[in-house]
Structure formats: C-alpha cells, structure tokens
Design a protein around this ligand. Structure first.
Ligand SMILES: Nc1ncnc2c1ncn2[C@@H]1O[C@H](COP(=O)(O)OP(=O)(O)O)[C@@H](O)[C@H]1O
Ligand SMILES: [Mg+2]
Length: 143
C-alpha cells in the first residue's frame, strides 16, 4: 500500500486531476471510505483531469453516471444504497469488461458492496484525519 495525506478538498481535487490526466483506459477504481471521506470529491477531480466540462455529481441516487466528453469515458457508480445482490443486478462488470461500452475509467464508491471484483483494479481507501485532512492508502491489484 502507498499512502499520502490530502490536507484539504483542493488537494483531493488536485490528486484526482493527476489521476484523470494519466490513468489509462480500462482502469477500475474501487473507492472505500465513510460518508464525507471525499470519494465523490476525488472523482470530481478525475473528471476535470479527463477534460470533462460537465459537473460530476454524486450518483448516490442515480447509481450510475456516465460522461463521454473527456479524454476517456468516465463511469461513476455509487453502491451505497445497494446490498451485494442488488449491486450484482446493475452488472458493474460490463464497465470493466468493456462489453458494449467504450473502455474508460470506472470509479466505484462503496466498492465493498460489490459481490465480485474486477480482474485488476486500483483500490483507494480514504479516511478522515481531522476536519479537512484525509489519509489515503492505495494499491494496484492484479489478478
Ligand atoms: N481533504 C478533503 N478531501 C475531500 N473532501 C474534503 C476534504 N476536506 C474537506 N472535504 C469536504 O468533505 C466532503 C466530502 O464529501 P464527498 O466527496 O461527497 O464524500 P463521499 O463521496 O466520500 O461521501 C465535501 O464537503 C468536501 O468539501
Ligand atoms: Mg460520494
């Protein structure tokens, strides 16, 4: 695991922008962390780094938001309201398998709700470390 500290929301956005500028197509990000940990904020930065002009809004109610105007498509999922059986019904694997979708960046909030995982992914754990600081641990997993 690598770790870093993001001292405020601007730092989280900036790290997201870096990821959005550099991650290759077919990257799946599994995001872990409590409500308010900064998962959506990070994905907002990723959207900016990809060159998406539309605001990235939380998919807590829509479950999946798709954005196609950037360097790569961004697929943003939030499984907070789902149990693993329900999460399976939305077929998250179609994003990482790239079946009938253009390969892009898939970012999944509340990834612990997934009943199965992609063959390779970047796992990112965000943790509150005070009012504004967040500790991040991340790791690339290849099966
Ligand atoms: N270092 C930080 N990183 C991310 N968000 C932060 C940070 N410090 C404060 N915040 C605030 O915390 C909230 C995080 O919300 P959000 O990104 O929606 O979290 P989550 O999606 O994990 O529930 C936002 O209001 C954001 O402005
Ligand atoms: Mg969120």
């Amino acid at each position: 695991m690598e770790s870093l500290t993001l001292k405020d929301a601007a730092a989280t956005l900036e790290w997201g922008r870096e990821l959005g500028r550099s991650l290759p197509a077919n990257t799946t990000l599994l995001l872990f962390g409590d409500l308010g940990a900064g998962k959506t904020t990070l994905v907002q930065g990723i959207g900016e780094g990809l060159g998406i002009g539309d605001p990235i809004v939380s998919p807590t109610f829509t479950l999946i938001n798709e954005y196609f105007e950037g360097r790569l498509p961004l697929y943003h999922l939030d499984l907070y309201r789902l149990n693993p059986a329900e999460a399976m019904e939305i077929n998250p694997e179609m994003y990482w398998e790239g079946i009938e979708v253009t390969p892009g960046i898939t970012a999944i909030e509340w990834a612990q709700r997934l009943p199965y995982k992609p063959p390779s992914y970047l796992e990112i754990y965000l943790e509150l470390a005070g009012d504004r600081a967040r500790n991040v641990r991340f790791n690339s997993v290849e099966m």
